[in-house]
Design a protein around this ligand. Structure first.
Ligand SMILES: Nc1nc2c(ncn2[C@@H]2O[C@H](COP(=O)(O)OP(=O)(O)OP(=O)(O)O)[C@@H](O)[C@H]2O)c(=O)[nH]1
Length: 384
C-alpha cells in the first residue's frame, strides 16, 4: 500500500478548486473522517494506514487543514481527515458538492469518554447535509476510545447513541438513512475490524470473494479464512462462518509476526537459512518460507509467493499464503486437516488464480472507465 498526501489550508479558496484534476484519482472511493476536535480522527488514520503505535498518538498535534491521502492498494481510495473545528458546510470556503459528491463512506468519530451530546448534534447535521448532496454515501459511526469503558458501559453507550441518532432522524422523516455503529479503540483490534467492515461495503466484488473463500474452506478443511490487505491489516473478505474476535485477532497478529520476522531475517540472511524452523517459544513453532522475507511490507512481486505456518499448542495451525502484491490469505485449521497439505496447496493455487481473474476483470473495467473519462474531458475541452 502506498500513500501520497495533499494538504489543504483552511484559508484557501473553496476546496473543490484545489483538488487535483486527474480524472481517475478524483473518482476513487472516498473515506471522509469527521468528528469533533480531539475525538481521535488523525490517530485512527495514523494507526491504521501508517502503522503508528497507539501510544505515539498522544503526541499528535491538532489538525488544522483538511488532509487528503491517496491509498494505493487492492482498491485505490482516498482518506480525507477533517479538522474538528471547521465548518465544512460553510459554502464560502468549501464546496460541499466536491467533498461529499463521490462514492464512499463518511466515518463520524465520537469520543465515548467525553460528553457526546454536542457530537450527536454535529453528527445529525452532517448526516442530513451530506445525504442531501449524495444519496449513495454510507454513514459509519465510530463510538471511539472505548478502551477505558467497562463492557456494560460500552453497550449502554452504544444503545444510547444509536437510539438518540435514530430518533433525531425519525423526527425529520429520514429514518431510512442507514447508519452503522461500531465500538472502536486504537489500543486493540477493534479499529481494524471496524475499518474492515467499512471498506468491505465499498468493494463490489465482495460476494464473489466470499464465495471463493467458502469454496476454499469447504474443500480444504479450513475452519476460518481471512483475506487481508497486508499493510493495513484490514480484512477485505472472510468466509461466511461467524467471525469471532479471538480468531480474527490471532490471524491479524500473524501478519505482524511474519512482517517482523521478514524484517529481521529477510534481506540479510540467505533464502535457505530462513527456511529452517524458528522457535517462537517452547510451545509454538513458526516456519517461514524465505520468500516472504523482506518483501512483505513492500509491494514487490515476490510477496506473491510468501508462505508461512504457525503450529499452535491447541492442535490448530495458522497458515498464511501471499495472494498478490497487496493481499494475503490467513487461515486457521486443525492440524489433522493440515496433513493433507498437498490438497490445500492445490486448492490454494486455484483460489489464487480465481482472485487474479477477479482483479484482472476489475482492472480492465477501470481502464475502460478511465479512457472513457479522458475522452469525455477531451471532448469538453475541445468544445470549450
Ligand atoms: N484512550 C484512547 N485515546 C485515544 C484513542 N484514539 C485517539 N486517542 C487520543 O485522543 C487524542 C486526540 O487524538 P487526535 O487523533 O489528535 O484527534 P483529532 O480528532 O484528529 O483532533 P483534531 O485534529 O483536533 O480534530 C490523542 O491524545 C490520542 O492519543 C483511543 O482509541 N483511546
Amino acid at each position: 500500500m502506498s500513500h501520497s498526501e495533499d494538504e489543504y489550508s483552511l484559508h484557501t479558496s473553496p476546496i473543490g478548486n484545489d483538488v487535483s484534476e486527474d480524472p481517475v484519482q478524483d473518482h476513487r472511493p472516498r473515506l471522509l473522517i469527521m468528528g469533533l476536535r480531539r475525538s481521535g480522527k488523525s490517530s485512527i488514520q495514523k494507526v491504521v494506514f501508517h502503522k503508528m503505535a497507539a501510544n505515539e498518538t498522544l503526541f499528535l498535534e491538532s489538525t488544522n487543514k483538511i488532509i487528503k491521502e491517496n491509498i494505493t492498494s487492492f482498491i485505490d481510495f482516498q482518506v480525507w481527515d477533517f479538522p474538528g473545528q471547521i465548518d465544512y458546510f460553510d459554502t464560502a470556503t468549501y464546496d460541499s458538492d466536491v467533498i461529499f459528491g463521490e462514492y464512499g463512506a463518511l466515518i463520524f468519530v465520537i469520543d465515548a469518554q467525553d460528553d457526546y451530546i454536542e457530537a450527536l448534534n454535529r453528527l445529525h447535521q452532517t448526516v442530513l447535509r451530506a445525504h442531501e448532496r449524495n444519496k449513495n454515501l454510507t454513514f459509519e459511526v465510530f463510538i471511539h476510545k472505548v478502551d477505558a469503558l467497562s463492557d456494560e458501559f460500552k453497550i449502554d453507550t452504544q444503545r444510547d447513541i444509536q437510539q438518540r441518532t435514530t430518533d433525531e432522524l425519525a423526527d425529520v422523516g429520514l429514518e431510512s438513512i442507514p447508519l452503522s455503529f461500531y465500538l472502536t479503540s486504537i489500543y486493540d483490534h477493534s479499529i481494524f475490524e471496524a475499518f474492515s467492515k467499512v471498506i468491505q461495503k465499498l468493494i463490489p466484488q465482495l460476494p464473489t470473494l466470499e464465495n471463493l473463500l467458502n469454496i476454499l474452506c469447504a474443500n480444504s478443511g479450513i475452519e476460518k479464512a481471512f483475506l487481508f490487505d497486508v499493510n493495513s491489516k484490514i480484512y477485505i473478505a472472510t468466509d461466511s462462518s461467524p467471525v469471532d474476535m479471538q480468531t480474527y485477532e490471532i490471524c491479524s497478529d500473524m501478519i505482524d509476526v511474519i512482517i517482523d520476522i521478514s524484517e529481521i531475517y529477510g534481506r540479510t540472511t540467505s533464502f535457505y537459512q530462513i527456511n529452517d524452523e524458528i522457535y517462537g517459544d517452547d510451545q509454538t513453532q513458526v516456519e517461514t518460507n524465505g520468500k516472504a522475507g523482506g518483501d512483505y511490507g513492500t509491494t514487490t512481486d515476490t510477496a506473491n509467493d510468501a508462505a508461512s505456518l504457525i503450529k499452535l499448542n491447541n492442535g490448530m495451525v495458522l497458515c498464511l499464503r501471499g495472494v498478490n502484491r497487496f493481499l494475503a490469505l490467513v487461515c486457521l485449521l486443525r492440524s489433522d486437516n493440515f496433513e493433507k497439505h498437498g490438497l490445500i496447496d492445490y486448492n490454494f493455487q486455484c483460489f489464487k488464480q480465481a482472485i487474479a481473474d477477479v482483479f484482472e476483470l476489475k482492472r480492465r473495467s477501470a481502464e475502460r472507465l478511465r479512457h472513457e473519462r479522458m475522452r469525455l474531458s477531451g471532448d469538453v475541452n475541445e468544445g470549450g
